[in-house]
Design a protein around this ligand. Structure first.
Ligand code: RIB
Length: 297
């Protein structure tokens, strides 16, 4: 079973602020750093740091080659991470004193993914393999349809959740992963409790994983409905925590863990991630998760 993360790479420009900058306001930041990010990159790194063999497919510009080198150094297969004649995607991220973030995205090369490239990527995978997707690249409906036709397990993280997502063939996914904002948008329900059922009514047969930050998570499948609380930790930066959660959830899937074990592992890993600054830079290794004392399988 191979794991393909077909997704975005962003160069993250992170600004630490006391509060989110208001319209018309100019705010001086406390800190600024450039890091590796993008939901695709972060999730691929999380799967790999969790100890699972990982294939990454996507597009970067020449300015993003350092990200490719970083992934290769960590033994992520980057044969299918290609260079387009445009800049790499980038994100402008504000992180406030509570560790919450606000993100503005420029897609750049992430939107150069087209049908011939998708066909080439998927030709390397077959039934039983897993594909992990987020909404930061072009061509998603086609990727979902073709992956499903091949019999791959499709995990779709509907983030970020713009109007276009409603038209995607989400019913072809095995797992739909959303946070409270994305879940409310796609389901039309604002009460957290009602989101999974509403999504499952809309997309029959699709298992739903709802992440609620400090409020924990809930997974609903045809046969199970499991909620787990979040771990209590000191939050430094929530950027990339959802991506870490998904990467470790995938590890559990690959290793045949029960749903509860998968959620426990993902909860512990994302709790470690929020204690650190950065998107991709905050993703812990499996050893770090074990050493954190936060894992209770
Ligand atoms: O999920 C966090 C990521 O969202 C950041 O790394 C940023 O690049 C945006 O894509």
């Amino acid at each position: 079973m191979k794991v393909l993360c077909f997704g975005s790479v962003n160069i993250d420009h992170t600004y630490r602020v006391t509060h989110f900058t208001a319209p018309g306001e100019t705010q001086t930041c406390q800190d600024y750093r450039i890091g590796r990010g993008g939901k695709g990159f972060n999730q691929a790194l999380a799967v790999r740091q969790a100890g699972v063999e990982t294939y990454f497919a996507g597009m970067i510009g020449e300015d993003g080659l350092f990200v490719k080198e970083f992934l290769s150094e960590r033994n992520v297969d980057t044969e299918l991470l290609r260079i387009a004649p445009v800049p790499t995607g980038h994100a402008v991220i504000e992180v406030d004193i509570h560790g919450q973030n606000r993100i503005m995205l420029f897609p750049g090369a992430n939107h150069r993914i087209d049908t011939p490239f998708i066909d080439e990527v998927l030709s390397h995978f077959s039934a039983g393999d897993i594909v992990v997707l987020q909404n930061e690249i072009s061509g998603l409906p086609y990727i979902m349809e073709e992956s499903r036709k091949k019999g791959m397990t499709v995990i779709f993280n509907a983030a970020p959740c713009g109007a276009e997502v409603a038209s995607y063939p989400i019913g072809m996914a095995d797992w739909l992963v959303v946070n409270e904002v994305e879940g409310a948008y796609l389901s039309g329900e604002t009460a957290y409790d009602a989101i999974p059922e509403a999504l499952r009514a809309k997309y029959p047969g699709v298992s739903v994983l709802l992440t609620l930050g400090g409020e924990g998570c809930r997974a609903v499948t045809d046969t199970e409905d499991i909620s787990l609380p979040a771990k209590k930790v000191t939050v430094v930066d929530t950027t990339g925590a959802g991506d870490t959660f998904i990467g470790y959830f995938v590890k559990g899937l690959v290793e045949g863990m029960t749903l509860r074990e998968r959620l426990s592992l993902a909860t512990a890993a994302s709790a470690v991630a929020v204690t650190r600054p950065g998107g991709g830079d905050s993703v812990p290794t499996y050893e770090e998760v074990l050493d954190s004392g936060l894992l209770s399988l």
